[in-house]
Every structure is written in structure tokens, then in C-alpha cells.
Design a protein around this ligand. Sequence first.
Ligand SMILES: *[C@@H]1O[C@H](CO)[C@@H](O)[C@H](O)[C@H]1NC(C)=O
Ligand SMILES: *[C@@H]1O[C@H](CO)[C@@H](O)[C@H](O)[C@H]1NC(C)=O
Ligand SMILES: *[C@@H]1O[C@H](CO)[C@@H](O)[C@H](O)[C@H]1NC(C)=O
Ligand SMILES: *[C@@H]1O[C@H](CO)[C@@H](O)[C@H](O)[C@H]1NC(C)=O
Ligand SMILES: *[C@@H]1O[C@H](CO)[C@@H](O)[C@H](O)[C@H]1NC(C)=O
Ligand SMILES: *[C@@H]1O[C@H](CO)[C@@H](O)[C@H](O)[C@H]1NC(C)=O
Length: 361
Amino acid sequence: MLLSVLLASLLGVVGATPISHPRHEKKTPDYNNLTVAIVRDEPANWPVPVMNKNWTGKVFDLNATVAKGVSLIEQAANNGANLVVFPELWFPGYPKGMADNKTMAPWLESYINNSLTKDSPQWNALVNAAVDNQVYVVPAFSHLENGALYLAQALISPDGTSVVRHKLRPSGGERGIWSDGTPDELKVFATPYGRWGILECWEHFHPAMTFNVQAQAETLHIASWPYTPDEADKSAAYWESLEVNLAAARLYAVNAEAPLVFASVGNVRFLDNQGLDLAVVPASTPSTETPLLYHSFNTTGLAKTIPYTTNGEQSWGVLREMVAGFPAYIPKVLGTFVGRRTFPAVGLIAASKAASISEER
Ligand SMILES: *[C@@H]1O[C@H](CO)[C@@H](O)[C@H](O)[C@H]1NC(C)=O
Ligand SMILES: *[C@@H]1O[C@H](CO)[C@@H](O)[C@H](O)[C@H]1NC(C)=O
Ligand SMILES: *[C@@H]1O[C@H](CO)[C@@H](O)[C@H](O)[C@H]1NC(C)=O
Ligand SMILES: *[C@@H]1O[C@H](CO)[C@@H](O)[C@H](O)[C@H]1NC(C)=O
Ligand SMILES: *[C@@H]1O[C@H](CO)[C@@H](O)[C@H](O)[C@H]1NC(C)=O
Ligand SMILES: *[C@@H]1O[C@H](CO)[C@@H](O)[C@H](O)[C@H]1NC(C)=O
């Protein structure tokens, strides 16, 4: 049956295939079996293949990307998915090669215009897709809220409720475009399939972001990267390489003792709770051939997981030990790095315009 659906979708005749659970019809889910779909297809108008960063002639298009995202959610649900996970900033597209406020200056205004606002028609389209298809959706998007941009992820439930979180500290040049999130957004969500933690990209490298999530007893970790090339891709900088990012993902899974969903455009995979591969699609496989990667998990009993442990490497006791053991000779000063940074997106446009005018002079 599944094979015939897959064949039919390859042939583009999925509508003609009898599907045992048509969408829109609410069925009682089997909470002992969680099927996750990773979106590895690219946003609308995004340069391909993965390491192509030539934006000449490309325009960010939130509407077209939302339409594409909704269609991928439908396709995933028709193939049995209960959870659909998107790569980082998929809406309206990670500005690869220009994710800093200088390089991106000519694109900033269009990017802000194409960032997603909660409760907008585009947001509602994603919520409706989750409800209509009775799936959980984890979109990752540039969130425009109160005039500032955030690197956001959300958990949208099949009942239409949702929670949004923001990357605590955007990485590198990103921090000159997107504002900081807050530590209380480091949450793990209880679902009938178990406890899901959500982080993105380089958050996985930093104990300031990993520790408090791992302390909350995840049974599945949902991780979104923007794009990932294959191993030994010579065009990749260390920070965008598969080797470095996958190392963080494997370490995360081991520390959390939870399987991990490695969502990205390009090289994607599922890891088990020992950090080893369960299923992989390389970046060399075109997204047109394999837009989604699926894996099913036996989630029997996981909904009853106790939400924390008072013993183990991610516990209050260990945190106290770290603070107490912090080298005495290092001055106890807060520094400016940690302080929350938020800035209005319109100010960013004005600053980039002023900078380009002064450069012209
Ligand atoms: C980028 O794409 C444009 C339009 O397709 C092309 O004219 C240009 O040569 C490309 N630039 C590079 C560096 O490849
Ligand atoms: C779990 O669900 C998937 C997708 O519907 C299905 O292919 C698979 O056979 C199921 N596994 C079990 C053990 O029921
Ligand atoms: C952004 O949106 C504003 C308001 O709708 C519009 O005036 C402006 O031209 C847009 N800018 C770009 C670059 O699309
Ligand atoms: C995008 O879609 C919304 C409604 O969903 C519409 O109001 C808006 O005009 C569209 N924007 C563009 C640029 O087409
Ligand atoms: C641009 O980004 C840099 C850091 O990458 C930051 O120091 C600067 O304040 C940003 N510019 C504006 C106008 O926010
Ligand atoms: C799922 O796991 C439970 C508990 O470990 C086990 O009893 C059950 O047989 C497993 N189901 C399948 C289909 O493997």
C-alpha cells in the first residue's frame, strides 16, 4: 500500500490512488507509533544545489514558500506522517551566503517583508495544514514580532494550538539581523507520543541552550539546520560542514539519550538515542527525487515519561557543581555577550541604507 502511494506520488497521480485514511477525516491515532517526516526540499526561489549561494535573480517569496510547505505537509500526512519538521528559516528561506547585516543589506527590506507574523494569513495556512491533515508541524521561520526579527521554531498541534520559541542567541553574523530569544523558551513539550525538545542549528553546540532542554527528559529531539552539504564538500566552511554539525547532533542525542531528527535542506537523517544513524539521505540526492525522509518510532509508554531526573549529567546537582567549580581566578563579571539583544528591523534597514550611502560617497 505504502509502496503504491509512493509510486503514485512519483508519477504525480496521488489523487487517483485510494488512500486508506483520507485527510480531513479524523482518525484515532496510534500513539505507540510515531512517524516523523523531515522536509529536505528547499523553499521557493532558493538557489540550488545546496552549496549554491548565488542569489542573483532570486526573490524571497513567503506566499509561494507557505504554499509549498502546505503541500509538503499534505504529502507527508498522506504517507503516514504524524509529525512534519522543517529546516531552519525555511520560511521564507535561509539567506545562505549572506546571513549578516552587511552582505544582506540590499535584501533586508524584502526579507523583512517576507518574514512570518503570527496570526497572519500565512501563519493560519500552516495551522490549518496541521489541523486538516491531523499532524504535528514544526515550522522554522523568520518571525517578525513587534517590529523585531527572530529565528523561530514552533510546535503546531493537530488541534490547532501552537507554541513559538526563538533561538536564544543567533550565531555569528545572524546576531546582527535577528534578535535574541529568552531562556524560558528552552522548553520540552509533553505530547501523547512523548516529550519533544526543539532547538536549531548552533544552539546544539552551547550548554547554555542544550543543558536546560536535556534536563527536561526528552524522548525525541527535533533539530533544524538550514542546509547541510555532504561529507568532505570542499566548498563548505567548517561551521556549515556536515562533519561539524553532525558531531554536535550525535553528541546531543547521546547526552539527551533521545533519538534526534536532523532536519536540513540537503543531507538529512534520523539518529537513534546512541547518536548513530537510523536513516540518511545525502545532499547529492535531488530534492525533486526525495523531498521528504520518513522514520517511524515505537513510542509505547513514552507519554508517561517523568519530566526530569534529579540524578544524572543534566541535573541541578551538576549545574551547582559547575558554578561552584568555576575557576576562582576568572573574574565574576557578566560581560556584554549574554545581555539580551533586540533591535527593530526598521532600524536595521535604515542603518544599512545609511551605510551604503556613506560608502558611495
Ligand atoms: C549568478 O547568477 C547569475 C544569474 O544567473 C549569473 O549571471 C552570474 O554569473 C552568477 N554568478 C556567479 C558568481 O556564478
Ligand atoms: C507505523 O506507522 C507507519 C506509517 O503509517 C507504518 O508504515 C508502520 O508500519 C507502522 N509501524 C507499526 C509497527 O505499526
Ligand atoms: C516592503 O513592504 C513595504 C510595505 O508594504 C513596501 O512599501 C516596500 O516597497 C516593500 N519593500 C520591498 C523591498 O519589497
Ligand atoms: C500573500 O498572501 C496574502 C494572503 O494570504 C495576501 O494578502 C498578500 O497580498 C500576498 N502577498 C503577495 C506579495 O502576493
Ligand atoms: C550589524 O551586525 C553587527 C554584528 O554582526 C552588529 O555589531 C551591528 O550592530 C549590526 N548593525 C545594526 C544596525 O544593528
Ligand atoms: C514497542 O515497544 C514496546 C515496549 O518496549 C514493546 O512491548 C512492543 O512490542 C514494541 N512494539 C513493536 C511493534 O515493536
